[in-house]
Design a protein around this ligand. Structure first.
Ligand SMILES: NC(=O)c1ccc[n+]([C@@H]2O[C@H](COP(=O)([O-])OP(=O)(O)OC[C@H]3O[C@@H](n4cnc5c(N)ncnc54)[C@H](OP(=O)(O)O)[C@@H]3O)[C@@H](O)[C@H]2O)c1
Length: 262
């Protein structure tokens, strides 16, 4: 990854992805913009070319479609100008778990989880060979909070955060930077798409502020960036408590509290 690496951004036609595109263009990076809505991508790319003088390619793809996903993977494998992948495309699901159709659950997992892992997997070997590269995975604070009642969406985001932390440990020593970004409620179309009026939420961050904060975390090479979390020590304490359990997992016998059944 260099100062001028090309950045491939999924879900760049709107919201957080479009803001990432604008911010990276402002920093002088060429772009590959991926989403389903080609017309929107064309409008954005024209604007970014004009305003920032960068080169912008549009790659129309539905990352839940096998052929389209394979085309994005091929681009990530073959285009060695791409030094940064932003895995941002994502959606939520309306209703509670029992209201959600099996097909919608499958689709959401394909978009929010499978595509993220597949695209990271496509680019990682080339980054390892180069000894550099960055993967930004847009997760969510919902993945830390089953209490929010968004179980499938939250589970996909827990997957993204876990995957990012794991990849950071695996790929970090090979020169690759992996960042999980965990926004809370942010003013984008995501809410409207699941029938929620974003203005009814108690606190909503503007998309520009969210992406600027995420990029501040990127510049510091933070593995996990949580823009709305004011007390960073809370995250550190959570990680310390989790890691404190790890040595205790290696046991021949079950814990005392489980020994009375037989
Ligand atoms: N907004 C929030 O409050 C919030 C909070 C936490 C995390 N996030 C996460 O932030 C990321 C971006 O969401 P957003 O809030 O910016 O939502 P958004 O405004 O609805 O944008 C979602 C983007 O993903 C693209 N996309 C959706 N389905 C796709 C598919 N099958 N294939 C390719 N692209 C697809 C959309 O473009 P097309 O429709 O053109 O394909 C769009 O560009 C998501 O991962 C989301 O979970 C958002």
């Amino acid at each position: 990854m260099t100062e001028t690496s090309t950045v491939l951004i999924t879900g760049a036609s709107a919201g957080i992805g479009a803001a990432y595109a604008e911010r990276f263009a402002r920093r002088g990076h060429d772009l590959v913009l991926v989403a389903r809505n080609k017309a929107r991508l064309e409008v954005l790319s024209e604007q970014l070319r004009k305003e920032h003088g960068v080169s912008v390619d549009v790659l129309q793809a539905d990352v839940t479609n096998a052929d389209d996903l394979a085309a994005v993977e091929t681009r990530l494998r073959d285009d060695d100008r791409i030094g940064i992948l932003v895995n941002n495309a994502g959606a939520s699901l309306a209703g509670t778990f029992v209201d959600q159709a099996a097909s919608d659950i499958t689709q959401l997992i394909a978009l929010n989880a499978t595509a993220v892992a597949r695209l990271a997997g496509a680019v990682a070997p080339r980054f390892i060979k180069a000894g550099s590269g960055a993967i930004i995975n847009v997760s969510s604070v919902v993945g830390l909070a089953p209490e929010f009642g968004m179980s499938v969406y939250g589970a996909t985001k827990a997957f993204v955060t876990f995957l990012s932390q794991g990849l950071s440990l695996e790929l970090g020593p090979k020169g690759i930077y992996v960042q999980a970004v965990l926004p809370a409620a942010t003013r984008t179309e995501l809410w409207e798409l699941v029938g929620i009026d974003v203005n009814t939420l108690p606190a909503v961050m503007e998309v520009g502020e969210l992406v600027d904060a995420a990029l501040a975390g990127f510049d510091k090479r933070e593995p996990v960036t949580i823009p709305p979390l004011h007390d960073a020590a809370q995250w550190d304490a959570y990680q310390t408590a989790r890691q404190a359990m790890i040595p205790g997992f290696a046991q021949v016998h079950a814990a005392e509290r489980y020994r009375s059944a037989s």
